[in-house]
Ligand binder design. Sequence first.
Ligand SMILES: [Zn+2]
Length: 611
Amino acid sequence: MSSIDDLLQNNSVNDVSTDDGKKSDTVLSVPVKKEEKEENNVEEKKEQKVEEKKDGLEGHFSSAEEKLDEKINIMKGKKHEDELKIKAQNIGLGHINLKGIPIPADVLTKIPFDFCKENSVICFYYVPHGKTRIAISENVIDLLPNIKSTLPEEFSKIEIEWFLTSKPSFEAGFKQYERIPKIKEPVRGVEINVEDFESMSNQVNSLQDIKEKIKGVSVTELVTLIVAAGIKTEASDIHIEAEVDGIKLRYRIDGVLHTAAVIDKDMWQQMISRIKLLAELKLNITSKPQDGRFSIFLTDDKLDVRLSTLPTAYGESVVMRLLRSKSIGLKFSDLGLTDKWMRMLTKQIKRPNGMIITTGPTGSGKTTTLYAVLNELNSSETKIITVEDPIEYELKGVNQSQVDAKRGYTFDKGLRSIVRQDPDIIMVGEMRDLETVDIALNAALTGHLVLSTLHTNDAAGAVPRFLAMGAKPYLLAPALNLVMAQRLIRKLCEKCKKPTELKPEIEEKVKQLVDNLPEEDKQKIDISQTQFYTSAGCSECNDLGYKGRIGIFEMFEMTPEIAQVILSNEVSEYKIRDIAKKDGMFAMVQDGIIKAAQGVTSIEEVFRMTE
Ligand SMILES: [Zn+2]
């Protein structure tokens, strides 16, 4: 389709005086391509059918009569447009018929969807230093002065030309919002007062403090306290669970759940109501799970809380996920990539096309890794679009869209519309179905760098998983550039970590894993000379002994040999792993041991996360 600019510049334009009395180019009728014309006729036919039903005349027309009626309807439509044109002239506006005119997404979204829906106005032409053109539907023309004064802020500084448009034309323009990836709407922070939050936050310094503080606070304060403590302890999730004899409050810190307190059951009804109000959930629904979210705007950060409720035998339980906008670990260099992996990943993300996959279970940090990659690639010359569920961090300059199954915006549909937006880089939150995989592989083969994640235990497992989902080997082999797997392991608290000796059987295991490293990596570790550390616990780390997490990785690049296996129809995880090992891959557990040898983590932690 040609762009609106082409249509406006190259097609028949008539002069109509506008607001300021000056003559200006105004579209009276824009010729559309043949197929679009036919489409329009089809639409008009449909409209006519509806009218027939209304009149109760359905079935009474012979086909010749129907044709005649069609013609009459088309003529009626034309006549109406002509009349509207004259009306527009009389009130000093332009006139436009938006049917069959594609409006670029970035122009359309100058006016947000909700504003368009509420006020029946559409932005259909926009250039940075020229006049902006906005169409207003005929049925709200009397409200024009009001609408003008409530337009989004950015319109206050630019010159606008107004165009009158018919109702069907407006509908045609309005429909175009459907194909735009839904960009997350800003959520306004309500209910939890910032001052209360920050004062509460100053009173809790550890999980131990919560137990003390909980006594004697009001329900409102209690909910604020619970969230503030989550931020203070750097928790990722807060679990509030109704149990037989109380409400258990637990925090997930660095991937591990810790019980902080048990709250009196009597408070629960009020607490859950307060929580539901915050997240705009329905108070009266208690037997079905609900999802919602709320935001808190802090002095120097914004906190989003996504929460879900679940009915259980003892009442509703709540899980809150804390999403910080100013997030740690989004820098490429903070991921914890050993030099070898850093070189490999850096090389692969600079390629203009192909697919990079990270694998691992939920909570293994794979999305964070992709965000770090996007941050690294983000520049004004690069167009990046994502479809995610959920958007975990907001990245400036990246078009992020949120899966919304209720509105039919799923991974595959989102991906389909993203590809039409001509991006350089696409991030798909997850590959869950063949449709998504197919579109992603095609995008990777047609000049896009595609980043995504898969749920498999290790890197080698990704290839058989793709094939099991139905991916075609002849698309997968040339599209796939790099597969990585990862886990997050907790870092020892720098304040209180202490040297330790490994038990003989553990030492033996560690030795074997080091012996199995590729020659070049083995040389860097001498087990007999290595001091390992363990956790002790201090006030700095909530007595947990660990603070913060870091990734351990394994990865392999596509080689002719791996491609050959994929095409052979005899793929197995073992085969892929064998070739990758031969090419220098070592396993996540070995990467973990390298980090333990550097004193970053403990051997127990490495085995806990990899066994
Ligand atoms: Zn400590």
